[in-house]
Design a protein around this ligand. Structure first.
Ligand code: LLP
Length: 472
């Protein structure tokens, strides 16, 4: 993003301070459809509705901070992914982005499968009635209890992440008299163009088994992944159904997937040559980017699906393989744009010549992404419209830490005052699911809105909840 000079009427210095921002939008009241849930609209009286419900009413009834999840938007995105990939592919929603029983029911109804990466996520999925065969279990350090829970439930696949885990899963399956379908997660050596902490396919990190190298068994030929295949195929209690790759998150182009598909299909060809076996599945993971600010321009699910199908088809033809069943695991791209966080404005502190610090009643306890990944968001005044000029603002939380920033650089109307409601869109993914109790903050509720109705799907934490854990 570029910095630009401020047009007429800035409230602050003529020379703007350092920051990541473009010129203020022409209309501060506009809700940009790239970042807002599909049903968000500004009413004639100036406030914003989502799912046909006024955010002022939501704030009054449920308090702030508050996650507002647009059910119609969520379901529409599920259908868009499902339809884009069609009946001969599977879409696994990555539950780590946000998981609750209501969401699991929506996913089940809309025909998506589910990727879980802990016993907790698996329990929520099963409690909400997701059929076990539609669930995949991930994780780089699954406990024996988690493996047992998954095998007993009959999950459709366990994605193996290490040599030790091959032995653990085989042992559990054998002792339960089961033959467990598994995939092997490989690291394809792709440098995804994203933040270091959310890139996962370069070799120097904790996930998966490397395609390259062969550091563990160089004499056996191929890399760790090829060796993992040999070991799995020797175990009767494991059924190897495919190869899995996830290259990272918030990715905007398919070039990384192209390299990943090339290398995964290369491994499938090696497996055929060495073992006379064509594996039926390939999973290219999740990671598809969304618009956090109006400048972001992600591709649509149908464009991504067409591109991935074309890439996999081409690679398979080149290798003389039948095209395996493809699956993907979008999390952020399903739930991210479906929600916004509503905050109440507290202290508004103007720092002359710099910017105005707008404190809200949440912060890094409900959105740690700005502090952790330098994530960018936009923000709007939602309890009323305003004709005031733009004010360069930094929206900060109420936690005892100066890095507690929600939106680093934003323009808000200069008449913003304590009590006004602000909303940050595109907070559906990795905000509530990464929420924490720093400073004994109470994690906010998630309210689902639809057709003029609102319903709590995750309730607000209470001080009693905190005290119940503190058995002191
Ligand atoms: N599949 C696997 C194996 C994954 O590890 C992940 C994300 C996904 C799918 C879903 O990725 P998505 O489509 O949601 O990008 N907390 C970070 C993101 C961590 C993602 C970890 N794995 C954030 O807030 O950006």
């Amino acid at each position: 993003m570029s910095r630009s000079a401020h047009p007429a009427g800035p409230r602050h210095a003529d020379v703007l301070p350092e920051g990541h921002y473009t010129a203020p939008p022409d209309d501060l009241n506009e809700l940009n459809p790239r970042v807002w849930p599909k049903t968000a609209a500004r009413t004639s009286t100036g406030s914003v509705t989502v799912g046909g419900v006024d955010v002022k009413d939501l704030a009054e009834e449920f308090g702030t901070p508050l996650f507002v999840l647009d059910e119609a938007d969520f379901r529409a995105r599920c259908r868009a992914w499902r339809d884009a990939f069609g009946a001969d592919a599977d879409v696994f929603y990555a539950g780590k982005a946000f998981l609750s029983r209501a969401v699991v029911r929506w996913l089940t109804e809309e025909g998506l499968n589910l990727d879980v990466c802990s016993g907790g996520e698996l329990s929520v999925a099963l409690a909400a009635g997701m059929p076990a065969e539609r669930i995949a279990l991930h994780g780089n350090n699954k406990s024996s209890a988690e493996i047992e829970q998954a095998v007993k439930a009959g999950v459709g696949r366990i994605v193996l992440d290490s040599f030790q885990e091959i032995v653990r899963v085989a042992h559990v399956a054998e002792s339960l008299g089961r033959r467990q379908p598994v995939q092997i997660r490989v690291t394809v050596g792709v440098e995804a163009h994203t933040h270091e902490f959310i890139a996962t396919a370069h070799e120097d990190q904790k996930f998966g088994l490397a395609l390259a190298g062969g550091a563990t068994q160089p004499e056996a030929g191929g890399g760790q992944a090829a060796e993992a295949v040999r070991r799995v195929l020797k175990l009767d209690s494991l059924e190897l159904v495919g190869i899995h790759s996830h290259i990272g998150s918030q990715i905007f182009d398919t070039s990384g997937f192209e390299v990943a598909a090339h290398r995964v299909v290369g491994l499938l060809a090696d497996i055929r040559d060495e073992h006379g076996l064509e594996l039926p599945e390939i999973d290219l993971g999740g990671g598809l980017g969304i618009a956090y600010t109006p400048e972001d321009d992600p591709s649509e699910p149908h464009e991504i699906a067409a591109s991935l199908r074309e890439i996999v088809g081409r690679e398979c033809r080149g290798a003389g393989l039948a095209v395996p069943r493809l699956s993907v695991e979008p999390g952020r791209a399903v739930v991210g744009p479906s929600a916004c966080t509503v905050y109440e404005t507290g202290t508004v502190k103007e720092l002359q010549g710099l910017r105005t610090y707008v404190s809200v009643d949440g912060g890094m306890s409900d959105n740690v992404r700005t502090a952790l990944y330098d994530a960018e968001y936009s923000v709007s005044l939602v309890s009323r419209s305003s004709t005031a000029g733009p004010m360069l603002s930094r929206v900060v939380g109420k936690h005892c830490e100066s890095g507690d920033i929600v939106v680093r650089d934003a323009f808000l109307p200069a008449d913003l005052a304590p009590g006004d409601l602000l909303a940050v869109p595109a907070t559906g993914a990795y905000c509530r699911s990464m929420a924490n109790n720093y400073n004994h903050a109470l994690r906010p509720p998630v309210v689902a809105v639809r057709d003029g109705g609102a319903r709590v799907i995750v309730r607000r934490e209470t001080e009693e909840d905190l005290l119940r854990l503190d058995v002191g």
